[in-house]
Design a protein around this ligand. Structure first.
Ligand code: FES
Length: 68
């Protein structure tokens, strides 16, 4: 994770894959709750894994929990 880039880029959730809040929210709104599956549905996969807690915020907002 590039924490400086994340702090400077509003809405950026995953710096490894350039995934933004809108993309993550769209997938979790469809009911997906598993971290790796959220990435798979966005045609990518987690790399460093450090964005899991941020992704989990979107899952929680959709009333679910992520699993690794
Ligand atoms: S920030 Fe590294 S996998 Fe998301």
């Amino acid at each position: 994770m590039d924490i400086t880039r994340k702090q400077q880029t509003p809405g950026l959730v995953c710096t490894c894959n350039d995934l933004y809040a809108e993309e993550i929210a769209e997938i979790t709104a469809m009911g997906e709750t598993e971290y790796k599956e959220i990435f798979a549905l966005l045609d990518t996969q987690p790399r460093c894994g450090e964005c899991v807690s941020h992704v989990n915020q979107f899952v929680s907002a959709s009333d679910g929990k992520t699993t690794l």
